[in-house]
Design a protein around this ligand. Structure first.
Ligand code: SF4
Length: 202
C-alpha cells in the first residue's frame, strides 16, 4: 500500500506539516497512537535529539530497549560506541541532531513493518524539514533505504547522494561495528564516514 492509500499515514503527514516548529512537533508526537502493536508495548515515544542549528543529522532505524526506557536516541551499547566515535573525530554530540525513522520501539527488536515505517515517515520528514541539516548520515541499511529506496549498504556507502536537495552519506550502524568488534572494518569505516560528514557539514 502506498502512503497515499493509507489514510492514517496521510493524516499524520497533514498533521505534521501543520506544525510550525520542532517544539510543537515534540509536544504532539508522544500522543501518536497510529501503530497499535508499538503503542501496546512502548514505554515512550523517542522524539529524537534536535538541537538548534544542527548542521549534521544522524538517522537510525528505530529505538532499542534503552532508548524506549529513557526516551533518548542512541543511549544503549550502540549509542555508547557512537559517542566514542563522534568524540574520536571531533564531533560534539550535543550539537548533532539524532533521529530514528520510526519513533516507537518494535517489540523484541523486530524491524518496523512497512505500515509502521510509512506512518511514521510523515513525522520524520517534518523533523528533517524543520531541522534542515547540511548533511544527513543514515546509520545502517534500513535508514539508508529510507532515503534511497532499494539498495545495499555496500553499494550506497562511501559516496554522497543528493536526496531532495540534501547531502546524504550512508554508513554502518554502530551495532554492526559492535558485532565485528573493536578495530573491525565497520568501526573503521563508520569513524571515517563520520569524519567526512563533519568535513561536508563545515
Ligand atoms: S512509530 Fe511513529 S507513527 Fe507509529 S505510533 Fe509511534 S510515533 Fe506514531
Amino acid at each position: 500500500m502506498r502512503a497515499t492509500q493509507d489514510p492514517v499515514a496521510v493524516e499524520i503527514r497533514h498533521r505534521a506539516e501543520s506544525l510550525p516548529d520542532l517544539a510543537a512537533l515534540a509536544a504532539v508526537l508522544p500522543g501518536c497512537t497510529a501503530c497499535p502493536e508499538l503503542v501496546a508495548t512502548r514505554h515512550c515515544v523517542v522524539v529524537g535529539a534536535t538541537p538548534a542549528g544542527a548542521r549534521l543529522l544522524l538517522m537510525g532505524e528505530a529505538p532499542g530497549a534503552q532508548e524506549d526506557l529513557t526516551g533518548q536516541p542512541f543511549v544503549g551499547r550502540s549509542g555508547q560506541l557512537l559517542d566514542r566515535l563522534l568524540a574520536d573525530v571531533g564531533i560534539d554530540r550535543s550539537a548533532v541532531a539524532i533521529l530514528n525513522t520510526v519513533k516507537c520501539r518494535p517489540p523484541a527488536n523486530r524491524p518496523p513493518t512497512a505500515v509502521e515505517s510509512r506512518r511514521c515517515r510523515g513525522w520524520t520528514e517534518r523533523q528533517l524539514d524543520l531541522i534542515d541539516p547540511a548533511v544527513v548520515v543514515p546509520l545502517g541499511l534500513s535508514a539508508t533505504r529510507w532515503f534511497l529506496g532499494p539498495t545495499t549498504l555496500s553499494a550506497a556507502r562511501g559516496r554522497v547522494h543528493e536526496v531532495q536537495g540534501r547531502r546524504v552519506l550512508p554508513t554502518y550502524h554502530p551495532s554492526a561495528a559492535l558485532r565485528w568488534g573493536p578495530g573491525g572494518e565497520p568501526e573503521r569505516l563508520l569513524r571515517a564516514d563520520l569524519a567526512e560528514a563533519l568535513r561536508l557539514a563545515a
